[in-house]
Design a protein around this ligand. Structure first.
Ligand code: AHG
Ligand code: MN
Ligand code: MN
Ligand code: MN
Length: 335
């Protein structure tokens, strides 16, 4: 049977779920097209002169990679003129990007991590793009928006998704009625529906964490990982496997595909920071996807989607994936 394209899928979603406004469908198609362009640039590697770092640092204090900046520009240029957005925000931009007055403004806000897993760019390991869609305030046509307009809890997201630039180029998406996966047909240049209603198994034997931070973890995290490592003779009574790709999109894609628990918890290296990952354009979109797939996502104790943001680039601890494991970590934090 002929597989559906992203366009056909979105039109059918719009027909079935009146909650999917035409503007959101247009927005997702524009972002998906931009991800195709980013994936094309990524695929060129050294041949396209896109590897390596720039002299610049971003607001996160990270040295920017050429692809961080190129991906950000591709997403800005693709989304500025369409009339579906009131403003944008990105890991790579200190403050929000308003729609220039020469273009019409829309009713949505787009937030993105244009290139996730930057430390993997130069070593040819999977990287990706993460995006989140929020509603703009009703009066957004009458005034200049501010950062404050973006500070909505993740539960307010209208849509969320990511692209993975790996052996396949994948797009994983939710508009609030389940999680769907698309594979890029590189000959035709179209996103083809290949995974319907992705579900995360409630249990797992696979954890993902950067073990080099072990001595800096809080006791409940240390206890949880120690018990995973104790295997069949330990309190968990089963052996665990470990994976850590250091691209959130690739680690979360594995969790969505075969289960697992992904953790980037608070650690004592920078005690004032709640974690490394950013709430608005990493943790929130991934948490919406994980919950839509039957998993759970917390900061160790609180549901991530309930967190009221206070700053555009604020960080948060992340524990997400197979529901029973995430709940065990929460229990250890509360004991
Ligand atoms: P980004 O490349 O967008 O800055 O994000 C990198 C993040 C995330 O993708 C990954 O899970 C984590 O950093 C890896 O951190 P470590 O290198 O400390 O393991
Ligand atoms: Mn990232
Ligand atoms: Mn990034
Ligand atoms: Mn970065």
């Amino acid at each position: 049977m002929k597989r559906k394209t992203l366009t056909q899928f979105l039109i059918e979603q719009q027909r079935e779920h009146a909650a999917l406004p035409a503007e959101v469908r247009l927005l997702i198609e524009v972002v998906a097209r931009a991800c195709k362009a980013i994936g094309h640039a990524v695929g060129k590697g050294a041949l396209g002169g896109v590897l390596g770092s720039l002299e610049s640092e971003n607001v996160q204090g990270e040295v920017q990679k050429k692809l961080d900046v190129l991906s950000n520009e591709i997403l800005i240029e693709a989304n500025e003129w369409g009339g579906h957005l009131a403003a944008m925000a990105s890991e790579e931009m200190e403050t929000i990007h308003r729609i220039p007055n020469r273009y019409p403004k829309g009713e949505y806000l787009l937030l993105f991590d244009p290139l996730d897993g930057s430390s993997n760019i130069d070593v040819n390991v999977s990287i990706g793009t993460i995006f989140s869609v929020l509603r703009a305030p009703r009066d957004s046509a009458e005034r200049d928006l501010t950062e404050q307009d973006f500070l909505q809890p993740g539960s307010q997201q209208v849509a969320a998704g990511y692209a993975v630039y790996g052996p396949q180029t994948s797009l994983v998406l939710t508009v609030g009625s389940g999680v769907f996966g698309f594979t890029l047909d590189r000959e035709m240049g179209s996103w083809v529906l290949t995974h319907e209603h992705i579900r995360i198994p409630e249990d797992t034997r696979e954890f993902a964490i950067n073990m080099s931070n072990m001595r800096h973890w809080a006791p409940p995290v240390r206890r949880y990982i120690d018990e995973c490592l104790a295997g069949t003779t330990g309190p968990r009574g089963k052996d665990f496997n470990m994976r850590w790709i250091a691209s959130m999109v690739a680690d979360v894609h594995r969790v969505l595909t075969r289960g697992g628990i992904f953790m980037y918890p608070w650690d004592a290296r920078e005690p004032s920071k709640p974690g490394k990952l950013r709430l608005m354009y990493e943790a929130n979109p991934m948490s919406m996807l994980v919950e839509q797939a039957g998993g759970a996502a917390t900061d160790g104790t609180r549901r991530i989607l309930d967190i009221q943001p206070t700053a555009l680039h604020q960080r948060v601890g992340v524990v997400l994936g197979s529901r029973n494991e995430v709940e065990l970590v929460t229990r250890y934090h509360r004991e």
